[in-house]
Design a binder for this molecule. Structure first.
Ligand SMILES: Cc1cc2nc3c(=O)[nH]c(=O)nc-3n(C[C@H](O)[C@H](O)[C@H](O)COP(=O)(O)O)c2cc1C
Ligand SMILES: C=C(O[C@@H]1CC(C(=O)O)=C[C@@H](OP(=O)(O)O)[C@H]1O)C(=O)O
Length: 405
């Protein structure tokens, strides 16, 4: 079983991610984490921060000389901007005067950064968070609500991907299915296309569609607006038998949907052709089962997205997620200033125009974490070789009915 947790603020000194239950013997090193984080920074629509952020990684537990030891893996991701934020984000009390002056740079923005944020942004966590936690400064909410946190999840996803790839040759790939109102009809991506997708600023290999996506982003940017979209993530090589129909919290589809919905701005999750099959007759909605010439069982389609009854069925696991538009809209939305009680325009700060491209990369990590957890629940094993061996025994014993004899 794999457990994971993150901590840290967007403008704090670092993010922390911890994943427990990692088998010993996996090959992993700092460069693997940094490569994964560089993929998350990619993409059209990102704001100023990603231009200078380097996501410097420090492994502080669970890996020695390039191999996991079986101990929890702990990773720090340093914040490149920390010196600039040190006063306003200080964990220890600072004298009020220190918050009213800049750090000697003469930079007005520095002073502004220290003022309490009292004009909540519709769509962000500012208002419900401030009410719930009784905070007068929305910064105490937005710092942790920020999707900066997904950097830690991508770091942990690097461990999960290593488990899946090294133990079971499971590979995950993502693409952008829709950016703003522009939809992509591109075929399902394969793992071999990962490098090409990473090289596309809109994560779309159809050039005509990619051009329309860029044009829409640029028009929105010019008009001070933002957009969302749809990301698609596929896991290939998932064996039959991850998850269970026997209890609500053992269903693989439920775990995937829950994990995906936990990503900032993800507002809907579809497994396979989830929304489309709702409107189809049953005769067209299911994946018929046939035998090939060698007697092997095959499917004629994959509407179910690789999961039936909460159990992986051997087909690629296919998930789509709807990502809402960024809520820090430059053409700021109406709100109420809780300091004055007056109508106001929402706080505006440096922001992304669209998070859809990094969202695709994040969805890979989130899917990897869930699949690695369910794989280890199925196989057990404290080391990579035990997981491999147990998996091969499970694959060998898959004859239907053998347990009834
Ligand atoms: C990769 C990524 C980047 C994001 N960047 C921003 C941003 O720059 N500005 C913003 O207002 N929201 C951004 N968001 C979305 C907010 O974090 C999110 O809307 C907010 O935390 C409220 O959570 P909810 O949308 O899940 O309700 C981003 C989301 C993701 C996944
Ligand atoms: C920092 C990241 O995304 C941030 C997510 C985010 C938000 O509100 O979610 C707001 C912005 O923060 P900032 O004001 O510091 O630029 C984004 O840049 C990141 O993805 O690494």
């Amino acid at each position: 079983m794999l457990r994971w947790i993150t901590a840290g603020e967007s403008h704090g000194p670092a993010l922390v991610g911890i994943v427990d239950g990692v088998p010993a013997g996996l090959s992993l090193e700092t460069a693997d984490f940094e490569r994964a984080l560089a993929r998350r920074r990619l993409g059209a629509g990102r704001g100023a921060r990603q231009k200078f952020e380097t996501d410097r990684v420090e492994i502080t537990g669970g890996i020695r000389h390039g191999k996991t030891t079986g101990a929890p893996v702990a990773v720090l991701i340093h914040n490149s901007e920390w010196p600039k934020w040190q006063t306003v984000m200080s964990a220890d009390p600072v004298p009020p005067a220190a918050l009213q002056r800049d750090a000697g740079t003469g930079d007005e923005r520095e002073i502004a950064r220290n003022r309490p944020l009292t004009r909540p942004r519709p769509g962000h966590a500012d208002l419900p968070g401030a009410v719930k936690y009784e905070q007068a400064d929305a910064r105490n909410i937005l710092e942790r609500a920020s999707a900066r946190e997904t950097a830690a999840r991508v770091a942990l996803g690097t461990v999960a991907k290593a488990i899946l790839e090294q133990a079971a040759q499971i590979r995950i790939v993502s693409q952008v299915r829709q950016l703003g109102s522009v939809r992509s009809l591109a075929p399902l991506a394969t793992p071999e296309q990962t490098a090409a997708l990473d090289a596309s600023d809109v994560r779309c290999l159809d050039e005509e569609t990619a051009t329309r996506m860029r044009a829409e982003l640029s028009a929105l940017h010019k008009s001070g607006d933002t957009c969302g979209g749809v990301v698609e993530v596929v896991a290939y090589g998932v064996p039959i038998g991850l998850g269970s129909h026997t209890q609500h919290d053992r269903r693989l589809d439920a775990a995937i949907a829950g994990a995906m919905m936990s990503v900032q701005a993800f507002k809907a999750v579809e497994i396979g052709d989830g929304w489309a099959v709702a409107g189809l007759p049953g005769s067209q909605a299911h994946d018929e089962i046939v035998k090939d010439e060698d007697g092997k069982i095959l499917r004629l389609s994959n509407h179910a997205g690789g999961i039936e009854g909460g159990i992986s069925n051997g087909q690629p696991v296919l998930v789509r997620c709807a990502v809402k538009p960024i809520s820090t809209v430059p053409r700021a939305l109406r709100t109420v200033d809780w300091a004055t009680g007056e109508a106001a325009k929402a706080n505006h700060q440096r922001s992304d125009v669209s998070a859809v491209v990094p969202a695709a990369v994040i969805s890979e990590s989130v899917l990897a974490l869930v699949l690695a957890d369910f794989l280890l629940q199925r196989t057990g094993g404290d080391t990579l070789s035990q997981v491999r061996q147990n998996l091969s025994l499970l694959s060998a014993a898959k004859e239907i009915g053998s347990n009834d004899k």
